[in-house]
Design a protein around this ligand. Structure first.
Ligand code: FAD
Ligand code: UDP
Length: 386
């Protein structure tokens, strides 16, 4: 096995150094830092090139005093009792169940598609059993469900696919759903009941005082040092460390030696808007999706998520784009194949561990990243592991 030091010459680790250098202070890096410091007594340096911890989940009060998510709306949901119990050590929660309406044919309709969506779209009064038959009549036979188009047309047919999925997906990814893995649109289920929640996970809640406060507590251990506004490449050769946890894009770590891995980006347009007297919100629910109109995909009004009372309201428009911060891995076979080449390189490095959404090129939600970090921590604790 190779070591990072063989690839890049480093000064020897000295007494004043750190046991762990963690690149990235998002959920992956911060959970790992907390575990290593509090459970294994390790001295940890966390480095992030941004001016704050929290990664893409970071939130703050904007100039108008409204709590917003600068990198897009982040709603916490999980089926993992372990992840929820773990995070509950660092935050109290505000129960919150996310709701989304999609603007289709001049109406705002429940998304995921459910019984109400169909009845309102077509002016019907179907029951749950009848809507299942409705979907089955329209479903197209697909020999093997491989793509994001296959998933939807094989379940509900092409007309609903065209109204709710095709345009949104083309905007979001600049790819046709037929060019994306099934896993992408499979994130959004289809329901025959009237459940209008976006998620059905057992635990659904927002950190009571926001994500930034959660991260402050995660990183508060005296064994953890946090260095912000710093690219790890600027310090990796001068700060002694024993093992690195890397949570940035994996292709960048290897100087894109096999070529750039595609990541999809977004431009966020934030606005503070006045409210009519007596109103707390402008939108009927947190998020409105626009599958077929406009250059943006969705608009989210933060007060639904945060429960904040304020005379004004804050919204964010999401405009997908190719350039910019890497936000989404792009799940499709050729990208997975390219990732596998980087993964094989990464496996050679015995003193670097790769975790998180960017470093493992996985379309992970926050809870999945926390679960991955907790499990990786346990692996690092095994005897014989560096
Ligand atoms: P990140 O949060 O990306 O953190 C990586 C960190 O590494 C960053 O802070 C970056 O600055 C730092 N870094 C990278 N390179 C370097 C370097 N060279 N030197 C120093 N630092 C570096 N998940 C949900 O569960 N619910 C949601 O509602 C939800 N909504 C989302 C909405 C959007 C628009 C996006 C993009 C994602 C959403 N997610 C959501 C997913 C969620 O953001 C991720 O699962 C989670 O934040 C990933 O954590 P991470 O630590 O792996 O990565
Ligand atoms: N999607 C869609 N129409 C919608 C909502 C989602 O076509 O109204 C598709 C789209 O391809 C999107 C994917 O389903 O990228 C996953 O949606 P999700 O809401 O989980 O996306 P995220 O919150 O991760 O951006």
């Amino acid at each position: 096995m190779q070591s990072y030091r063989q690839r890049f010459p480093l000064p020897p680790a000295g007494a004043a150094g750190f046991d762990y250098l963690i690149v990235g202070a998002g959920f992956a890096g911060s959970v790992m830092a907390e575990r290593l410091a509090s459970q294994a007594g390790q001295r940890v340096l966390v480095v992030d090139r941004r001016p704050h911890a929290g990664g893409n989940a970071w939130d703050h009060y904007n100039a108008d005093g409204l709590l917003v998510h600068p990198y897009g709306p982040h709603i916490f949901h999980t089926n993992s009792a372990e992840v929820f119990a773990y995070l509950s050590q660092f935050t109290r929660w505000r129960p919150y169940q996310h709701r989304v309406l999609a603007s289709v044919d001049g109406q705002l309709l429940p998304m995921p598609i459910n019984l109400d969506t169909i009845n309102r779209l077509y002016g019907l009064q179907l029951s749950s059993e009848e809507v299942e038959a409705f979907f089955q009549q329209r479903a197209e036979a697909v020999p093997a469900v491989r793509t994001s188009e296959d998933v939807v047309v094989s379940r509900i047919g092409r007309e609903l696919y065209n109204k709710f999925f095709r345009g949104y997906t083309r905007k979001q990814w600049d790819l046709d759903p037929s060019e994306l893995d099934a896993s992408v649109t499979a994130r959004v289920p289809v329901r025959c009941n009237r459940d209008g929640r976006y998620f059905t996970d057992t635990y659904q809640a927002m950190p009571l005082h926001g994500y930034a406060a959660l991260f402050d507590r995660l990183l508060a251990h005296p064994n953890i040092r946090l260095m912000l506004n710093t690219d790890y490449r600027d310090i990796v050769h001068c700060v002694p460390w024993r093992h690195m946890i890397y949570t940035g894009p994996i292709d960048t770590f290897f100087d894109q030696c096999f070529g750039a891995l595609p990541y999809r980006s977004l431009r966020f347009e934030h606005q503070t808007l006045p409210l009519p007297p007596g109103r707390e919100h402008l939108q009927p629910c947190a998020t409105l999706n626009y599958p077929n109109d406009y250059a943006y995909t969705r608009v989210t009004e933060f007060k639904h998520l945060t429960g904040q009372l304020h005379p004004a309201t804050a919204v964010v428009y999401e405009y997908p784009q190719a350039q910019g911060d890497p936000y989404y891995p792009v799940p499709r076979p050729e990208n997975t194949a390219l990732y596998r080449r980087y993964e094989a390189e990464a496996a050679q490095l015995k003193d670097v561990t790769f975790i998180g959404r960017l470093a493992t090129y996985k379309y992970y939600n926050m809870d999945q990243v926390v679960a991955q970090a907790l499990s990786q921590f346990k692996q690092l604790q095994r005897p014989g592991t560096p």
